[in-house]
Write a protein that binds this ligand. Sequence first.
Ligand SMILES: *Cc1c(COP(=O)(O)O)cnc(C)c1O
Length: 394
Amino acid sequence: MTKYTVDDRGYYGNFGGAFIPEMLYPNVEELRQNYLSIMSEPGFQAEFQRLLRDYVGRPTPLFLAERLSEKYQTQVYLKREDLNHTGAHKVNNTLGQILLAERLGKRKIVAETGAGQHGVATATMCALKGLECIVYMGEVDIERQAPNVARMKMLGAEVRAAKSGSRTLKDATNEAMRHWINNPVDTHYIIGSVVGPHPYPDMVARFQSVISGEIRRQLAEQTGSETPDYVIACVGGGSNAAGVFYHFLEDEQVKIIAAEAAGLGVQSGKSAATTFLGKPGILHGSKSLLMQTADGQVVEPHSVSAGLDYPGIGPLHAHLWETGRAKFMAITDEEAMQAGFALARLEGIIPAIESSHALAALEYLQAGPSEKVVIGLSGRGDKDLATYMKWMEI
Ligand SMILES: *Cc1c(COP(=O)(O)O)cnc(C)c1O
């Protein structure tokens, strides 16, 4: 155990834990008792590594972006998670959890999804493994994200509408948890980020840590040194960021930058910048920072990017924020969109709008000409083309 890994009680400093209804306890406890031993089995690791390579397409490249580097007068490297199968980092986690579910004897999978990216990654892995897949999605999101709903259906998943509350991600998460309570024996619940009750944040971070493991090896090959000066990633719940940061947490000379979605501005009332606006609270089974009213009601977040539109962050990130290990930046919709357009023109890469938030952090960095900056390019922008197009007309 180190300063930044989870302790025996499931806490990162003051954040984490497992705040769950009694009915969920047996499921979560079964997972807690088994996840580390299953993940360390040679057979598990062999299959995980094989499928990461032959199915997901790893290792993803670490690309020295020369024209972007010139613009910012520093050395910018892009970790190309957009080149994974299904177009983002999420598949690293869904693959890991599916293999774990199999070894726990679970034949059915339930998941929640907001924009549909995690739902698609889960449905993909269920198809690969022939497992039954049910995905809960807010009714509003089902309308907003029709292409991803179609993908999930084509992959054989059943998409169920969450019709309570604001009918978006947090409501879908509630419904998925309820489903798990009612089907504890044969079902595994795949959470899509480093959130939820212990051991989920730690388990998901470990699956995503493949990202920074590769970055270290690739930097060593390309530059002779395993460590950069900066690592930058966007934070919704925080899973791609956890993956990008993981193997650098103990290297205190590596500066860690987390980009949150400021929406229309931190003080606009339409924002998702949790570390700027949140207070400690409990959401979806763990204690973390959470955007809430004075009497503890969850505040609806806003971001142009569906993947960052979440009112909390994972407990690891709350701890990185509280200890000052990571610096958090709030990037507005406008700043992110401009960074997305710039990457398309400068490097021929259309990023997910989520990833554009990490790119926009370059504007504030003031890194020197010989410093190395690694940016997690969490996903590709195909899913966001309509939003980019609309922005160009404004
Ligand atoms: C879902 C998603 C995110 C946000 O989720 P994290 O858990 O914070 O990584 C970021 N980028 C892309 C491309 C996504 O699909």
